[in-house]
Design a protein. Sequence first.
Length: 226
Amino acid sequence: MYLCFSDAKESCMIELKRFVFNAFQVNTYVLSDETGECVIVDAACSVTEEQETLERYIRTHSLRPVRLLSTHAHVDHILGNPYIVDHYGLKLEGHFDSKIYLDHASQFAFSYDLPLTRVEPVSRQLNDGELVRFGNSTLKVLYTPGHALGSLCFYAEKEAFVITGDVLFRDSIGRTDLPGGDYEVLRQSIWEKLFVLPENTIVYPGHGPETSIGREKTGNPFVAIG
Ligand SMILES: [Zn+2]
Ligand SMILES: [Zn+2]
């Protein structure tokens, strides 16, 4: 789908493609613009068939992956990183607090029966407020801990959408019972970083369908206004 709410089409045209990968039904997003450059967010492809699906989309649209971004490092969100790193020569960008999950990813993968060939470390930290650029496009990094340590969201201000990982879902929020989870911290992240965005901002979560900031602000049973 094309996301553009400005007349200046050439300066604001991000195409967002969603894939649903692995047993945990993780949303992997490919964002591209008119230059052909693209970024991959949460490469969750876990088996050859899923890797080929992603690769085919990139190839048939003549895209050039230039960055690999991570919202957080729970094992279901990182399974495809080795493939992307090897295939496109990218390095993983995320938050260094992800290390605790990456260090234990093999154990988690084993206990959930997920195929994990290798664990890619975060090579470069993305900090709150930093701008992630690709092609003619820009994403703003939002630091949003609470579901996981080092959770990040990626906000496309011009195109009015935000990728929220497992922080905010349609009618739900991320669980806080896993290591590093904290409900009050998560609530604060949502209110201070996400609910301050314009209400028409489309939310693309790490699992499930999209929603909007306005919808969740008024109707989300976990964090809406009372
Ligand atoms: Zn998670
Ligand atoms: Zn998840």
